[in-house]
Design a protein around this ligand. Structure first.
Ligand SMILES: [Fe+2]
Length: 248
């Protein structure tokens, strides 16, 4: 089972100022790059919207995704409106109290897709997650916008972390198997191993940040995706691939 993760698309309205980055062309390019891997599924792990959620932008993105012919699943990021996202993408039946979190059953694997768009995971969602994990007699594969651990990226860890990560970690640490977590949000590429958690932070299709400094510093404008192979023996492999980005 091969997945492609793309994240932090930050697609703007046509003509909107995006600091010199052609985010719309980047989105179109990353879709074609994703298609070249012939994946079984494409996961969009949040921040589809440039800054503020916009129905027209979501509709344009959906039409491009539908044309691609690859099954796909979105979740919201802190720049998204999950209820609007669910409505435009026909996922309203998956909303719980306005939150878009759900499980995605695939052959031999079940993915858990979480909602962190307001920077936290609700108590109800945490209870749902704990219950799903107890039913899973195998490694877990989770997609969520915010990393559930500190990323060693001072600017993001201090200013924009998942605020209740300690409570979330307590639930994840209970799982007696590895938990593979694929996120975005940080605009860096990183892999962190904490106890049973293997956390992959995937680069964006907007810009990448320098991760070392406490202040915001641009690193580069190449765009990335992550190829993920869920092997039948339970091993999860992944690799990031970069492409040139587009300027306006
Ligand atoms: Fe984000």
């Amino acid at each position: 089972m091969k997945l492609i993760q793309i994240t932090d698309l930050h697609v703007a309205s046509e003509g909107e100022f995006t600091h010199g980055v052609d985010v719309r062309q980047n989105f179109l390019d990353i879709l074609q790059a994703a298609k070249s891997f012939s994946p079984d599924y494409l996961i969009l792990s949040g921040d589809l919207a440039y800054d503020t959620a916009n129905e027209q932008v979501y509709r344009w993105m959906k039409s491009q995704l539908d044309d691609l012919g690859i099954p796909y699943a979105p979740i919201g990021g802190n720049h998204d409106n999950s209820a609007l996202l669910a409505r435009v993408f026909g996922l309203e039946h998956l909303l719980t109290d306005g939150d878009l979190y759900y499980k995605l059953p695939l052959p031999n694997h079940t993915l858990l897709l979480l909602e962190t768009s307001n920077g936290t995971i609700s108590e109800a969602q945490l209870a749902w997650l704990a219950n799903e994990l107890t039913q899973l007699d195998a490694p877990a594969v989770i997609f969520m916008h915010h990393p559930p651990v500190e990323g060693g990226v001072p600017y993001m860890d201090v200013n924009y972390p998942l605020r209740n990560m300690v409570e979330v970690q307590e639930v994840l640490y209970q799982h007696p198997f590895p938990v593979y977590i694929f996120c975005g949000h940080y605009h860096v590429e990183k892999m962190l191993c904490v106890k049973n958690l293997v956390v992959h932070i995937t680069p964006t299709t907007y810009f990448q940040m320098k991760w070392q400094q406490p202040e915001f510093l641009l690193d580069h404008l190449r765009i990335g995706l992550r190829e993920i192979n869920l092997r039948s023996d339970g091993v999860v492999e992944s690799a990031v691939v970069y492409y040139d980005g587009n300027k306006t």
